[in-house]
Design a protein around this ligand. Structure first.
Ligand code: BG6
Length: 499
């Protein structure tokens, strides 16, 4: 077999050590840093991937000693990883990698010399991680440049969302791009670091079975659901400026859609894959004020039973009235040869009945039924479970064994990760951080990808505003507003609800 692509190590998972590096985390005392970044670095250090000589320099505006920063990091680790017994000795050894510098990195004329001193003395890979509000990305990048800290090959990591629309995304990309070259900019979409999302490429292109039927001739439609049971909670102030469309669809759901819909790339080089994804984004049919009510549903959760208790409404959490959507469902059409006629239905929401992310590929119905059993005679479906209970199921109609005539059953061929693999599923941030240190851009979004996604999303935002599309209420702990079911019902379809 011809091998064209990236050569992978065979056998069990391996933590191939990286060279010692310097990582500066701006916003080090914030939620993302304490909940995701530092725990991920700890895990990879403990796995032997990060050398002890590496330096992780936390930067924030808070007045804090280095000791206090280390203690805060430990306290947060315990809070967010309650099930993980932590060895104090190990933590204090890891703590020696953590430094702290107080600095208002976005301000004009701030004194950057303490950070410059913390970085002095070593020539090695330097990474700046901006765990900050996107409105600060431009200023902080400029200040990094002005302070002379952009060492050769230095990289910058930007969290999503890159802006709140196409215009602001362009302004941020221009500002960061005036200091860092595109190949040094790592725009995070943490879904790309998830094990099961990476598996989408393997599943589609490393098995010969699927590609011949991966198109609208054989596929009726695709569903992508990212349901969360949590509410906006402590992030309500940010969330209210975003809503589900900007927070989840513009990035995570569109990335999933692209991975399912794209043409086979020639190899797995970052730009080859990104080129294919962007072609899909450009083929998305615009949603306009004329069709927005048919093609989208907006919802917002009210009070309801959720997570074993009673959840407050979104407005009560926020403390004021709001028209921000906490749920969105979209019928997306991809206008190209492969997908013409097979829509992609997307939905995501907070405070839904349970937390799960799933892609359902629903194949066409059989042409002619030899047995009349409408309940069992369902179309073939491939269900790709991204989280939790990771796995892939192929749902098939089979003959129920035993006497009693030709009775049919709809049953899964089940590839459950938990049953087949013993690996630990690292948090996506572990993989992403190590990819930045290695300089592997494949798991990050290129500028044109982000902007193409905004262009389509801007169309929807504009259509909502023009049409004054209603925001339908739904009770916390449910599947979202009934209008989302009606959207598929109008097409003679329904959301897959398990077997
Ligand atoms: C983030 C969103 O990007 O993804 C959050 O801003 C959301 O609102 C989160 O909760 C979901 O990520 P995961 O990995 O828990 O599915």
């Amino acid at each position: 077999m011809k091998n064209t692509g990236v050569r992978a190590p065979a056998g069990p998972s391996q933590f191939v050590p990286v060279s010692a590096f310097d990582l500066v985390v701006f916003g080090a005392a914030g939620d993302l840093s304490l909940r995701k970044l530092i725990p991920s670095l700890f895990h990879r250090w403990r796995d032997g991937q990060i050398p002890d000589e590496s330096r992780i320099i936390g930067v924030s505006r808070s007045e804090m000693s280095e000791g206090a920063f280390r203690a805060l990091a430990l306290e947060s680790f315990r809070k967010f990883h309650p099930a993980e017994a932590i060895d104090e000795g190990e933590w204090s050894a890891f703590g020696r990698l953590l430094r702290y510098v107080r600095l208002d990195a976005a301000a004009q004329g701030a004194d950057w010399s303490p950070l410059a001193s913390a970085l002095a003395g070593e020539t090695r890979q330097r990474v700046f991680y901006l765990a900050l509000a996107p409105s600060l990305y431009g200023d902080v990048s400029r200040n990094i440049g002005a302070a002379g800290l952009r060492s050769p090959g230095a990289r910058i990591v930007l969290e999503k969302p890159i802006g709140k629309d196409l215009e602001s995304a362009r302004a941020i990309n221009d500002a960061v791009g005036s200091v860092f070259a595109e190949e040094s900019i790592f725009r995070i979409d943490h879904y790309l670091g998830k094990e099961t999302v990476q598996n989408l490429i393997v599943l589609r292109f490393m098995n010969s079975l699927f590609e011949p039927v991966w198109n609208a001739n054989a596929i009726d439609h695709v569903e992508i659901t990212v349901a969360e049971s949590i509410g906006a909670g402590g992030r309500a102030d940010y969330y209210d400026t975003a809503g589900a469309l900007r927070d989840m669809v513009q990035n995570h759901l569109l990335q999933l859609l692209c991975l399912v819909a794209m043409e086979p790339p020639l190899d797995l080089e970052p730009d080859t894959v990104r080129d294919e994804k962007i072609k899909v984004m450009r083929a998305l049919r615009p949603i306009t004020a004329e069709n927005v009510r048919k093609a989208t549903v907006r919802g917002q959760y009210g009070k309801g039973a959720s997570d074993g208790g009673v959840a407050e409404s979104y407005e009560a959490e926020l403390g004021r009235p709001s028209r921000t959507e906490t749920f969105v469902a979209i019928k997306a059409n991809i206008d190209n040869w492969r997908w013409k006629g097979a829509p992609f239905y997307l939905r995501t929401g907070k405070r839904m009945a349970s937390r799960y992310s799933e892609i359902v590929i629903q194949f066409k119905e059989i042409a002619h039924a030899l047995i009349d059993d409408r309940r069992a005679l369902q179309p073939t479906r491939m269900v790709i479970r991204l989280q939790p209970d990771e796995g892939v199921k192929l749902l098939l109609v089979t003959k129920d064994p035993g006497p009693g005539g030709m009775r049919l059953r709809y049953v899964p061929l089940n590839l459950s990760y938990a049953e087949h693999f013993e690996a630990r599923y690292p948090d996506a941030y572990e993989r992403l951080l190590m990819a930045v240190v290695r300089g592997d851009l494949a798991l990050f979004m290129r500028r044109d990808e982000v902007e193409a996604a905004w262009k389509w999303v801007d169309g929807i935002l504009g259509a909502w505003a023009e049409d004054a599309t209603p925001v339908h209420p739904y009770a916390a702990g449910t599947d979202g507003p009934s209008q989302a079911a009606m959207m598929l019902d109008r097409d003679g379809r329904s959301w897959f609800d398990g077997v």
